[in-house]
Design a protein around this ligand. Structure first.
Ligand SMILES: Cc1cc2nc3c(=O)[nH]c(=O)nc-3n(C[C@H](O)[C@H](O)[C@H](O)COP(=O)(O)OP(=O)(O)OC[C@H]3O[C@@H](n4cnc5c(N)ncnc54)[C@H](O)[C@@H]3O)c2cc1C
Length: 408
């Protein structure tokens, strides 16, 4: 089949790779000049296969009123019409039953992703700083640690503050400043932007793949309720099937197809600090209460966080960058003196934190989008599932939780 993949972020790139690997002819289309021009460029770098924590939860319900007021919150909300509709669905997802369903679905997709990334790297060596660094989640409050404590320890260890400090000597917190941590030794880190650059270069070498960059996607061409082509500013691209992977641009495209995808752009920020002799951290660390993640990326530390529900603006906000710098100084003594590469991206977030993977209401259009907070972690698994479903093969993980019909 000839398949058009819409979007060259990590989700579109992996979709394109897995589809070409399965024998399809692929046209990859993006308006940017290069890959990963949006949310996939400088994200938190965490391949978080075992710690998936959906955003919609009963606990989040309790915090919502406080988020509507301006302040230094890790999450900021400015209500607009799009967010109100999305928010009502988010509220419906804030039940224990839904958290259980989402967690199980995400864990299955994440495990598939881990295996598929491993398989990919067995075929094509890509250098993007992949490391099994282990993930330490720090909790400032005892109640948060107790709530996150797993029923069955499995691969996860619950640590006292002293044990956390011994594990990660770069931490400069005092033991009385936090309640403890949860450590998962098997978690990985890797630079998503570098992964995308290298996969893109490999795609360019494939005779099954055509790259159409600098090409803005407009409306679909629909004949007899089937998408047969896509209007772009470089003419119409025709294909037998299209995969929608436009990140936070997916909703606008779906609207032009006559249906709604509840994907809201949740803005996050990052800085990348060169280690410059300061004691570099060895593990990936999440400061749970401040919603900030720290990842060691060979010679630099990526600091990323915050969730701002404030529309489609992608410019980094100076106050958020300053908050990241002071958080890094307080927890690791990291001094961001020179250029820290301030960056912001929009996470394509569904109300229930589960991606949307499966057929769309229109023939000829398949959906692989809405990976939200975990797009880097879930990309390879999402691509595998996409190919399984398109090729009508037994799915490599249960597809039902990701079906768009839950929102229609
Ligand atoms: C601060 C931050 C930290 C994060 N940390 C992590 C993490 O540690 N681990 C993790 O797993 N995930 C993390 N994420 C989430 C992850 O980065 C995203 O889920 C993922 O990048 C989404 O990928 P995507 O391909 O769906 O979207 P994008 O990367 O946004 O790609 C969409 C593409 O579509 C293109 N496009 C859009 N509209 C059009 C149009 N009309 N015409 C042509 N092209 C168009 C864009 O140019 C872009 O290239 C983080 C995100 C942020 C913002």
């Amino acid at each position: 089949m000839k398949i058009g993949v819409l979007g060259a972020g990590v989700v579109g790139l992996t979709s394109a790779w897995w589809l070409a690997e399965a024998g399809h002819e692929v046209v990859l289309i993006d308006r940017a000049a290069g890959p990963a021009a949006a949310a996939s460029r400088a994200n938190g770098a965490q391949l978080s296969y075992r710690y998936v924590a959906p955003m919609a939860s009963p606990k989040m319900l309790a915090q919502l009123p406080g988020l509507l007021f301006p302040g230094e919150n890790a999450i900021k909300v400015s209500l607009d019409r799009e967010l109100i509709g999305w928010g009502l669905r988010f509220l419906k997802a804030c039940t224990s039953a839904e958290v259980t369903r989402t967690t199980a679905a995400q864990l299955a997709l994440a495990e598939l992703s881990r295996l598929e990334l491993e398989r990919l790297l067995g075929q094509v060596p890509l250098d993007f700083g992949l490391r099994t660094a282990g993930k330490l989640v720090l909790f400032r409050k005892q109640s948060d640690l107790d709530a996150a404590r797993p029923e069955d320890d499995g691969p996860v260890q619950v640590l006292t503050p002293q044990q956390c400090l011994a594990l990660e000597p770069a931490l400069v917190l005092r033991p009385d400043e936090f309640a403890g941590g949860i450590y998962t030794a098997s978690e990985q880190v890797g630079d998503c932007g570098a992964f995308c650059d290298q996969l893109f270069a490999r795609l360019g070498q494939s005779n099954r793949v055509e790259l159409r960059m600098n090409t803005a996607i407009g409306r679909p061409v629909v004949k007899d309720r089937r998408v047969t082509g896509i209007e772009t500013d470089n003419g119409i691209v025709e294909a037998d099937l299209f995969v929608l992977s436009l990140g936070s641009g997916a909703r606008a495209f779906a609207r032009s197809c006559g249906f709604d995808l509840p994907i809201y752009p949740v803005k996050g920020h990052s800085i990348t600090i060169a280690d410059e002799g300061a004691s570099a951290l060895t593990h990936s660390v999440t400061d749970y209460s401040h919603k900030i993640v720290y990842a060691p990326l060979g010679g630099a530390t990526r600091v990323a966080g915050f969730a701002d529900f404030q529309g489609y603006d992608t410019m980094p906000v100076a106050a958020r960058i300053a908050q990241l710098k002071s958080a890094a100084a307080a927890i690791f003594g990291l001094q961001a003196s020179g250029d820290v590469e301030p960056w912001a991206g929009l996470r394509p977030m569904t109300p229930d934190s589960r991606p949307i993977i499966g057929p769309s209401p229109l023939d000829g259009l398949f959906l692989n989008t809405g990976q939200g907070m975990l797009g880097w972690t879930l990309a390879c698994g999402s691509a595998r599932l996409t190919v399984d479903l398109i090729d009508r093969k037994p799915p490599s993980c249960p597809p039902a939780p990701f079906d768009v019909r839950r929102f229609l």
